[in-house]
Write a protein that binds this ligand. Structure first.
Ligand code: GLU
Length: 448
């Protein structure tokens, strides 16, 4: 059996860290099982869907490192005929029935039930309508919406994250699957798609657990095999509060603009809530090895943007030049060498910071003169080129012996003159990149 998963966002906003976690877990699970990953856009809510969100979803997922075949990308708005077919089947089987109550009539019923301390479950009054009642209502201009007749029983499933779950369907209202205007709602469209795409594992957020009993009944009513379900706990902020208020700041667009490394986000989201250590990775494949849904816990996982920022820097710190090179070139640093990258990568909060170190290596840079007499003498003692990264050690050892300086008194004035910064990458690595001519000028106080 080929594993088939799907990530099914609604294009009614930009993807955020919470969505990204669901997408990533689906993607990693598919790769770990040599399965297929489908991107499905749940775009039937025409009033809320926007084209810019549609375009952004694929772009943001690719940024995250996820991939899928072109024909594994589908939109519910292209599949309306399939839903009509399922609707006809459910109606023929007596599982979908027309209802005519208006929203305010339903609200009035709920108020009466609540006042009488009864659960506000739809009373199925529409089932009692005769043919002529319906004709009369329609002649008054009412259009039907359609509800799915639930079997009032307990529906159980073995959640791959949360273990056995039972839902008492007697306590649920028969769900509306088709609105008055003919719009097919998510609950039905999702099941029809999952059947048609032969989805084997539905991995999504725990906010969908309550839908699952109904969806299982729908799979069964449509004569299909029920997939496995896995419901991931929700993400909370570092303070334990829901992320909902910060979703804009945590949109993938904004995280990218803030210089977040996508592999850092992957490494964090793949591990949050699993108890496994969060470590920087150099490729998404490292997260696939040993990926196991069963490691995710039931407790809400905390997402700390500060942890992401720190992990992003650590991710740059282990990034091989073959990955960094093209991105440096895109920043205009097309002459940046592997030696440059290896020298600076552990000193970057974000990749763009490499530009500062490039300017340090190539100038022009105004030196900071802490001790002009000493650095002038140091300039005169610079060894001839060619230079490698043993030069710094040899040069400063000789300077230490001649000046009697050591430690900070020896190194700090040199670093300030050569880089105009108090700290940064190892000087042994930087000095050959700066080169003798530039180093000599800076040590004499000249901009170079
Ligand atoms: N469009 C739904 C959502 O964004 C999909 C839920 C599902 O995966 O079934 O929550």
């Amino acid at each position: 059996m080929t594993v088939v998963v799907r990530f099914a966002p609604s294009p009614t906003g930009y993807l955020h860290a919470g969505n990204a976690r669901i997408a990533l877990v689906n993607g990693l699970f598919a790769r770990a099982q040599s399965g297929r990953f489908i991107l499905r856009l749940d775009d039937t809510d025409r009033a809320r869907v926007k084209p810019e969100y549609v375009a952004a979803i694929a772009e943001d997922l690719h940024w995250l490192g996820l991939d899928w075949r072109q024909d594994d990308e589908l939109r519910q708005s292209d599949r309306l005929a399939h839903y009509e077919h399922a609707i006809a089947r459910l109606r023929a089987a007596g599982r979908l029935y027309p209802c005519y109550e208006t929203a305010s009539e339903l609200e009035a019923k709920r108020r009466i039930q609540t006042a009488a301390h009864r659960p506000p479950v739809y009373d199925r009054a529409a089932l009692k309508l005769t043919e002529s009642d319906r004709a009369r209502l329609e002649s008054e201009g009412r259009k039907p919406h359609f509800r799915f007749m639930l079997q009032h029983r307990r529906v159980g499933f073995d959640d791959l994250v949360r273990g056995p779950i039972e839902i008492d369907e007697a306590s649920q209202s028969d769900p509306v699957l088709v609105k008055e205007d003919g719009t097919v709602l998510y609950t039905l469209a999702s099941v029809v798609d999952d059947i048609d795409m032969a989805v084997t594992h539905v991995i999504r957020g725990e906010d969908h657990i309550t839908n699952t009993g109904t969806q299982i009944q729908l799979f069964e009513a449509l004569g299909a095999t029920v997939p496995a379900f896995a419901h991931l706990s929700l993400l909370l902020g570092a303070d334990g509060q829901p992320l909902s208020k910060r979703l804009d700041a945590l949109s993938l667009r904004n995280l990218r603009a803030a210089g977040t490394e996508p592999l850092a986000l992957d490494a964090l989201l793949a591990r949050l809530g699993t108890g496994a250590p969060v470590e920087p990775v150099t490729a998404i494949e490292e997260l696939v090895a040993g990926f196991d849904l069963a490691r995710f816990g039931k407790a809400p996982a905390r997402f700390d943007p500060a942890e992401l920022t720190a992990l992003s820097a650590r991710t740059l710190g282990v990034m091989p030049f073959e990955n960094a090179g093209p991105r440096l070139a895109a920043l205009g640093l097309d002459e940046a060498s592997e030696a440059f990258w290896l020298a600076v990568r552990s000193n970057l909060a974000r990749l763009d910071d490499a530009k500062d170190w490039w300017a340090v290596c190539r100038g022009p840079l105004a030196p900071i003169m802490e001790d002009a007499v000493f650095t002038e003498a140091a300039a005169a003692a610079l060894p001839p080129e060619p230079w490698d990264n043993a030069i710094w050690g040899a040069w400063t050892k000789a300077l230490g012996a001649s000046s009697g300086r050591k430690g900070k008194a020896l190194f700090h004035p040199l670093r300030l003159a050569l880089t105009a910064r108090g700290d940064g990458p190892a000087m042994a690595d930087l000095l050959p990149l700066i080169g003798r001519a530039r180093a000599e000028k800076r040590l004499r106080g000249e901009t170079a």
